[in-house]
Write a protein that binds this ligand. Structure first.
Ligand code: RB5
Length: 144
């Protein structure tokens, strides 16, 4: 299950992502926002984080104007690894190396065609499982 969240800067792009998920038959939970009206992105970042940390969803997609504010917020939470991506190479690498559980994008940065390819790459790339990557991921949340 994929959790979706956005502010007004990501609202239009989220609709494109929803279209893609429905075409592919991928289950999702839309945590809002549900209109182009101005809202505060931390609210939607936290809603998606909650879905992941509770185990209800295994991945999330967050979109604001730049993808920056919403990913900064998500990354405040232990266990969350939100990757801001504007290209497919990064989306693939962050799944393989960082086991990223949230993809963040900028609705004012990437066009819908590229965004859908980034989502497709992110959702379909497994974590490599390599010991060095697992060790580094462990180090993100644990100082010693
Ligand atoms: C909202 O105008 C904008 O600041 C927000 O979408 C995002 O880009 C913040 O990082």
């Amino acid at each position: 299950m994929v959790a979706l969240g956005c502010d007004q800067g990501g609202y239009e792009l989220k609709l494109e992502i929803v279209k893609y998920l429905e075409e592919k038959g991928i289950e999702y939970k839309d945590c809002g926002t549900y209109s182009p009206d101005s809202v505060d992105y931390p609210v939607y970042a936290r809603a998606v984080v909650k879905e992941i940390l509770s185990g209800s969803c295994d991945k999330g997609i967050l979109i604001c104007g730049t993808g920056i504010g919403i990913s900064i917020t998500a990354n405040r939470y232990k266990g969350i690894r939100a990757a801001l991506c504007s290209d497919c190479f990064s989306a693939e690498a962050t799944r393989q190396h960082n086991d990223a559980n949230i993809l963040a994008m900028g609705g004012r940065v990437v066009g819908p065609g590229l965004a859908v390819k980034i989502v497709d790459t992110f959702l379909n790339t497994p974590f490599s499982g390599a010991e060095r990557h697992a060790r580094r991921i462990h180090m993100i949340d644990n100082e010693e």
